[in-house]
Design a protein around this ligand. Structure first.
Ligand code: PEP
Ligand code: MN
Length: 339
């Protein structure tokens, strides 16, 4: 259930609502929109004597939320979620561009990519330090050293860092180096990890699970939000279907569907969706045209010798060319391109 607060309600009147909820052991999540204050109520509502909330002077109306996800639902923040990470806005009209190699391999490798992508709109440097590989015999990432490299290089080019963590034990260490924690497709329903990143308060980019429905994915979001962390970006990275021409199938419909179901920003990962560098351009352009809030793209100085995902990483030159086209589409649909 959500409580829509009357415009102009005083602080004391809002507090009265919160006190009432606390009294009946219900958890309140407050969303302060530009026009409306909304309170998400989580817990056993049957405890509330009927009519006890409606009578409070600041309550405009109570709206039940039928979906199993509550805080993630559009009703909680009808105007959409936008937030700030160290001065960089996410979820506004400006597209969010994230780019970098699949895995951090060396400082020189990351530097070469960061130099180019920072010059053409990217605000976030990606790079895997903890790599969730399909087999234990593949390159597993540089781990702590990888995070240090990312931070050093990002600071050099005025970029922010996004990197995946795969265990709750790594959150504390990573918090000194990353600006956004990425939760990968393989951990999309690792609920303990989701709760732990929720508790950390660090912004999170949550990828869609390989075989997760959109509603299940929103359930995953709810695990993070219910811990009080609302700085979440959802990332569609392709789902498993019967099609084998691409690594996964990019669910382009997820963009308009999510825009109706949730208030959170949505970005697209065309690299893992296609698994092939040659398709990254088409999927990127389609995603922006369909209303995505941004892209995360794998870029490697020499994809042929990449230690992971060699087939899908594009070169810095290709990234530069692609961003010109993205800029053109952004203009047509009334979005701004960073830089
Ligand atoms: C990644 O972005 O590095 C990654 C492993 O992606 P996914 O979790 O989508 O497979
Ligand atoms: Mn990868």
């Amino acid at each position: 259930m959500i409580i829509v607060v009357k415009p102009g309600a005083s602080k004391e009147q809002v507090q009265q609502i919160l006190n009432q909820l606390e009294h009946y052991e219900l958890k309140a999540h407050v969303s302060e929109g530009a026009e409306r204050l909304i309170i998400g109520v989580i817990g056993d509502k049957s405890r509330l004597p009927s009519g006890s909330l409606e009578l409070l002077p600041a309550v405009e109306k109570l709206v039940p939320i039928m979906e199993s996800y509550k805080l993630a639902s559009r009703a909680f923040r009808p105007e959409g979620t936008a937030f700030d990470i160290k001065g960089i806005h996410v979820g506004t009209d400006e597209l969010t561009m994230m780019a970098g190699p699949c895995a951090v391999e060396s400082e020189e490798q990351v530097d070469e990519v960061a130099r180019v992508v920072s010059g053409c709109g990217a605000r976030f440097l990606r790079g895997g330090a903890y790599k969730p590989r399909t087999t234990p015999y593949s390159f597993q990432g540089l781990e702590k050293e990888g995070l240090k490299i990312l931070r050093r290089v990002a600071d050099r080019y005025n970029l922010l860092v996004i990197s995946e963590i795969t265990s709750e034990n790594d959150i504390e260490y990573a918090s000194d180096y990353v600006d956004i924690i990425q939760i990968g497709a393989r951990n999309a329903q690792n609920f303990r990890l989701l709760s732990a990143v929720g508790k950390s308060g660090i912004p999170v980019m949550l990828k869609r699970g390989i075989a997760e429905t959109i509603d299940e994915w929103l359930g995953s979001v709810e695990y993070i939000m219910s811990e009080g962390n609302y700085k979440i970006i959802m990332c569609e990275r392709g789902i498993r279907t019967f099609e084998t021409s691409t690594r996964s199938t990019l669910d382009i419909s997820a963009i308009p569907v999510l825009k109706t179901k949730t208030h959170l920003p949505v970005i697209i990962d065309p690299s893992h969706a296609s698994g092939k560098a040659q398709y990254v351009r088409s999927l990127s352009l389609a995603a922006i045209a369909a209303g995505a809030d941004g892209l995360i793209i794998e870029v490697h100085p020499n994809p042929m010798i990449a230690l992971s995902d060699a087939a899908q990483q594009i070169t810095p030159d290709d990234y530069r060319a692609l961003t010109k086209e993205i800029k053109a589409i952004a203009q047509i649909i009334g979005r701004t391109y960073p830089g």
